[in-house]
Ligand binder design. Sequence first.
Ligand SMILES: [Zn+2]
Length: 509
Amino acid sequence: MNRLIRHGYIVTNDIHQTVLERGDVLICGDTIAAVGADLSQQASALPDLETIDAANRIVMPGLIDAHMHSNEGFEMGRYDNLPLEIWLSEVYPPAHVPHMTWRDKYLRAMLVGIVSIRSGVTTLQDDVLNLAFTPDAVDATASAYRDLGLRGWITASMWDEGYCDSLPFLRNIMPEALVQTLDALPVPGPKDQIALFHQLRDSWHEKDNMRIILGPCGPQRCSPELLGAVADLSRSLDLPIHCHVLETKTQAVTGQEKYGKTLVGFLADVGCLTHRLTMNHAIWLTESDIEMMGDAGCSITHNPLANLKLGSGVSPVRTLLRSGVNVALGCDGVASADTADMFQAFKAASMVHKIGTFDYSEWIGAHDVMQMATHGGARSGLMGDAVGSIEVGKQADIILLDRHEWGLMPLHDPVQQIAFSASSEAVQTSIIAGKVVMKDRKLCCVDEEALRGEIAEAADRFLREECPQMTRHAATVRPFLDQMYAKATEREIGLGPRVRLQPASKAVR
Ligand SMILES: [Zn+2]
């Protein structure tokens, strides 16, 4: 199938930031074949051509949500006023593995995938935290995205350090009996985890627009042996590593307590700090961490919704960009961001960096965020040549926005209006790999209304059967986590909250 998008307001997002106020995009199969003022003649020579009238549409590259945990699909709005480590014990209680069927896992991913597509996401980098260490969770997630037509870069998630070894001070705070119970929880060793990665890769990699990437959960949760194996695989297969790093002050303290160095330094020691590494969050960084990251040319995902919700802090995005680090944008899991709507993450990222300095030349604006949500995400997934802009030879991942959406009238600057005034309701049509997956806000590849009923039933079952058990398990560790959290956050580590109200002297020249 070939497609001609006709008479649109085209935001190419190419290196020159070319905008065509009235132009065409020609798609041959899954690839962009031409971009220009009038391609009707060129298109008329093609067989099997569908013309899409875009006279009242903004045509732009699809957004890349570079950090998601779709396994949290049924937990939107369930938590509030909890910092990461305590929140984690509620969402992922130690000693609790959810009893969910394959179909339930498919439906929770479907929910996240639907919200993503409806907010302009064409690629979802999804860190499916796989508590059971079986192929089920990734298999169900990839199946859902395949059925939706969504592009998925999905982690084989991994960790092999015990609960008490991944948090500071806990062994001395918890009663001995509880430590023993937690230490006795089975965790597969590096060999088994790598074997599962290969199994998932054989099933899904480079099939149906899916890729399987490496997902060590965090440096404090993985042994040097496991991270070394991940580094080797990343190098030999040229695959991204997707890893949570220094999201909280507690994690910065963990690095000092566990390894006697920063977690960035530890990642460098085990061979993971390369241009293939994406650090999720990257907030509590030292100056030398940032320098090492820039030298390596690594990426981060910036997830302001989750960082604000969990009180984690704000990533020093401007400093990271200046040092050469690539920055991608993510919502993060829906138990912390509470949404997979990328417009909300876009807005938060465009707003939050205006707090912290009066020097407005340092602020992060909507156009910076547009780069994060497109090229930044593409580079994080090592797919910079394939997606992120409307350019000849790239994959046809394109969204069409209604110019008559309330927040887009009149059209001052589409990128700034996505950040500040429009809602994701503006996204009318989504094309992924040349295939129309949503048209006039109706999903084309699945029966959304039938799924809505089935998802509601599965979500309700989760609420009734899983949530009470999760709450019970979380309560067993809560008092000790509170003590750990207090001790870690009291520690002087030379990094403060990044609210330094510098005078405006640099901005006002
Ligand atoms: Zn995350």
